[in-house]
Design a protein around this ligand. Structure first.
Ligand code: BTN
Length: 423
């Protein structure tokens, strides 16, 4: 069985056990019981996928209805379905559904996880109340024959006493989820045979992946390059992948991420024996004066940077390239003369990039030295567009913040990220 499935099943089982235990912790109040069950249901809604949430709630209800005493106050058995409070049990399906509807669809674009979860949970609590209330009222009036039972009395009995506690439960669950949901998310390696762009995929789905997750594709239909260009590579010939960064400390260093990734690719290419490799600020790796790798750093921000995506395109086995490339391309195969093991390179390079990102986090990265010592721009006549004008520039160094320092018109200038041209 795949690791992913085992992991999901283990999590489902843990939440099911928690749901049962929390249903046992109850205080009787008239027709209803205060339990911690709803706290667990909110946690399930926040931590598990929609399908897994439904599975856990479904199993719980099934266990109760077949006679295992898992409902609040050790209730169980098929007769429980006719109890006035059963609506508050099957209503859990609506809690799961609405939470997901809000966080994955309606509030998808809101970056603040706490607010998103709170709004979804309040909506789902209202739905639970509606289902539980209607069910209880119908059972009492139609089944139990309490025809004198008014809606006001039902409200006082079924809902009013529980509202403050339920709001507290949803607040606690949302708070826990907003802080720890990433801990339970798997750090995944995802492979697509075909995708528009691995960067775009991660930009749209970063929420469901943990820090340093890896997405690669055999082929990209809409591969993106820097400055609005496209990135094209033949199917299964080259590497096209993206690494997701969600770690707070790394995100504080966001502008450095592509330089660190560039330094990692550079070191890796040297390690496998490529000669004359250099790094062209800000994002390209060259071998023998030809471009072998491009890096595209993108970020997702809602007030603050929530995630960064390091997209890497490395030409591995491709031997021919279409005309009209902005920079003359090359590949590892063209440089070494031998076909390469694409899978092995993918695995090793991902490992190398993770190692280098960890060093950055620990403030032990040597990316700046690597880039400065192996700069493609060293000793070249360079031209850049400065304040809209094409200027000659003498490149001095790359600074710690990722900017390029050079002499333009006799003065030292700092260039944040610009296209440098050569003649
Ligand atoms: C450049 O040199 O312009 C940057 C190219 C970056 C290409 C990679 S391939 C994987 C990832 N997905 C994309 O759509 N682009 C990056």
């Amino acid at each position: 069985m795949k690791n992913k499935t085992v992991r999901a099943m283990t999590l489902d089982a843990l939440f099911l056990a928690l749901l049962i235990v929390s249903s046992f912790i109850s205080i009787d109040v008239g027709y209803c019981k205060f339990t911690l069950q709803l706290l667990t249901v909110f946690l399930i809604a926040n931590f598990l996928s929609l399908v897994d949430g439904f599975i856990v709630i479904g199993l719980y209800i099934l266990m109760g209805l077949i006679g295992i005493p898992v409902f609040a106050g050790f209730g169980g058995g098929i007769a429980y379905a006719a109890s006035p409070t059963f609506g508050f049990v099957y209503g859990f399906f609506f809690v799961i559904l609405l939470n997901h509807l809000f966080s994955d669809v309606l509030l998808k674009r809101i970056g603040n996880e706490l607010w998103k979860s709170l709004i979804g949970s309040v909506a789902s609590l209202i739905a639970l109340y509606a289902v539980g209330f209607v069910h209880g009222y119908l059972i009492l009036t139609l089944v139990k024959g309490k025809s004198d039972f008014t809606l006001g009395a039902a409200f006082t009995l079924f809902l009013a006493p529980y509202i403050p506690f339920d709001i507290a439960k949803l607040g606690i669950a949302s708070f826990i989820a907003s802080r720890y949901v990433n801990v339970l998310l798997p750090s995944r390696r995802v492979h697509f045979n075909e995708v528009d762009s691995t960067n775009t995929y991660l930009k749209e789905n970063y929420r469901i992946y943990k820090n340093l997750s890896f997405v690669d594709a055999s082929y990209q239909k809409k591969g993106k390059g820097r400055l609005g260009r496209t990135w094209e590579a033949d199917k299964d010939e080259s590497l096209m992948f993206s690494v997701l960064v969600k770690d707070k400390k790394l995100l504080q260093n966001a502008p450095k991420l592509s330089l660190v990734a560039g330094s990692a690719v550079f070191k890796y290419l040297q390690q496998i024996g490529l000669k004359n490799v250099s790094i062209k600020w800000p994002n390209d790796i060259y071998a023998n004066e030809k471009k072998i790798c491009g890096i595209l750093l993108e970020s997702v921000s809602h007030k603050k940077v929530d995630a960064a995506i390091i997209g890497i395109g490395l030409n591995v086995n491709q031997e021919t390239f279409p005309e009209g490339f902005f920079r003359t391309p090359t590949s590892i195969r063209l440089e070494t003369g031998s076909p390469m093991d694409l899978r092995g390179i993918k695995k090793d390079l991902y490992k190398k990039i993770k190692e280098e990102l960890l060093l950055l986090k620990e403030e032990k990265s040597d990316y700046l030295e690597v880039i400065n010592e192996n700069s493609y721009l060293k000793g070249k006549d360079c031209y850049c567009t400065y304040n809209g004008e094409k200027k000659e520039i003498k490149v001095l160094r790359i600074d710690e913040d990722g900017s390029l320092i050079g002499i333009i018109d006799g003065d030292e200038k700092k260039i944040i990220s610009d296209e440098i041209t050569f003649e």
